[in-house]
Design a protein around this ligand. Structure first.
Ligand code: 2IO
Length: 413
């Protein structure tokens, strides 16, 4: 195996083009890689990532003050600790599980069918841009209880917010653009919150507006930050996960045929997609004291990025880690969307993804609809696959050809 080149940076074009091609070398030769271009440490071994994400005393989420708070317009859930974190997490969990989740699943079916109808008739679609992105925004609006007629504006503001939290280096111009988006989103949300305080419904914004913490209602600022938090966290990884799932299945026709024959295999296919190509590649933490990790001292105050894609391909945890295999025994599908997950796509520890059950239900429902409708699905001719993003990562586009479906569901000739 060749060496991690001196001067190697995660900001290089070669890393951006194929991070997976660098992970084995990083794990073996530079498991705690200091990147001077960013002034931060990058961890690539599964056990080190797990250690950082579960040692809440030594590694905190204070990085989010600079990385998220400016565009979130206040503190996000992951920044909170103690009783406040427990109480506010519970409010969000309640809006994304149980009967609330069953309502979301019904909404997924209705909306996916609407969006798909014209695309299915054409016999080709870009799964990312024609379907995944508008679908993800719509389902997040439905979860929050925002009006779907505002989807284009909200989607544009969301892009700016997402760009801010997922950029490792922002130019002053881009930063200004992102901040503009965040302020406009905040101005749009403020009257919504006022209305929902007066006339609450059953949506997540209403839950936040009527909730109390230590006998006091949440402030507008706190509510808006949690809304933008959920908006970004539910939208940004969703289209990526769906597109990556179909990419891997199309590239592994045997496994695609098995999932078609037995849709009960879908959770395993989604879990393996999340392990193999996690849509959220980096999770930042701040070291609170000098800590030795894999023989390297990470100094107090340093920012540490957990490389989820690298940890998920650690051969010490997953056999033959660079192979996509929905049957792998070391995945533990049943646990894959819970706190006991072996892959780290949802993080781990106290701040593990609060939306994991929602994510699973959303992707599983829509994938189960797509599979029987995308007969003979394949990459469109001449398509060259490209992924982008160091923080959140997914296909730029995924043009697919399939047998066109007529209205009413019969296959065209
Ligand atoms: C939104 C990266 C999309 C979260 C973030 C500022 C906080 C937190 C995450 C995920 C996914 C986003 N971090 N969700 O990594 O809420």
């Amino acid at each position: 195996m060749s060496l991690v080149r001196p001067g190697f940076s995660v900001l290089s074009d070669e890393f951006d083009a194929d991070p997976y091609g660098h992970f084995a070398r990083l794990r073996e030769q530079a498991p705690v890689h200091y990147d001077p271009a960013i002034g931060s440490y990058f961890l690539s071994r599964h056990r080190d990532v797990r250690q950082v994400l579960t040692d809440h005393r030594a590694f905190t989420t204070k990085t989010l003050q600079a990385r998220a708070e400016p565009v979130m317009r206040g503190p996000v859930l992951a920044q909170m600790t103690g009783a406040e974190h427990t109480a506010k997490r519970k409010i969000i969990v309640r809006a994304m599980t149980g009967e609330a989740l069953r309502e979301q699943v019904r909404a997924v079916r209705v909306h996916a069918a609407e969006l798909l109808a014209p695309l299915l008739a054409r016999g080709r679609m870009d799964l990312v841009n024609d379907f995944g992105k508008p679908f993800a925004v719509h389902m997040t609006l439905n979860l929050l209880g925002l009006d779907s007629k505002d989807r284009q504006r909200v989607a544009a503001w969301h892009s700016g917010v997402a760009e801010f939290i997922t950029s490792l280096a922002l130019t002053p111009e881009r930063r200004r653009h992102c901040m503009d988006c965040a302020r406009q989103l905040e101005a749009y949300l403020l009257p919504v919150v006022e209305r929902r305080r007066r006339a609450p419904g059953t949506d997540l914004i209403s839950q936040l507006c009527t909730a109390e913490f230590e006998g006091t209602a949440l402030s507008d600022r706190d509510i808006i930050a949690l809304i933008i938090n959920v908006l970004a966290a539910a939208t940004e990884p969703a289209d990526k996960t769906l597109a990556l799932l179909f990419k891997h299945l199309i590239d592994h026709p045997g496994q695609l045929a098995q999932v078609r024959r037995d849709p009960a295999l879908l959770p395993a296919a989604i879990a393996e997609t999340l392990r193999y190509t996690p849509p959220v590649q980096l999770v930042p933490r701040q070291a609170e004291k000098d800590t030795v990790i894999a023989g390297t001292t990470v100094p107090a105050g340093a920012t540490v990025f957990c490389m989820i894609g690298a940890a998920n391909r650690d051969p010490g945890v997953f056999a033959d880690p660079d192979t996509f295999d929905i049957h792998r025994p070391d995945l533990g599908t049943a646990r894959s969307f819970t706190a006991a997950a072996q892959h780290l796509a949802f993080g781990t520890g106290l701040h593990q993804c609060v939306g994991a059950a929602f994510a699973r239900a959303e992707i599983e429902t829509v994938a189960a609809m797509l599979l029987p409708r995308l007969d003979r699905v394949r990459h469109s001719p001449g398509f060259r696959y490209r992924e982008t993003g160091l923080y959140t990562r997914g296909p730029v586009s995924l043009p697919l050809d399939f047998t066109p479906l007529r209205a009413g569901g019969t296959r065209a000739g």
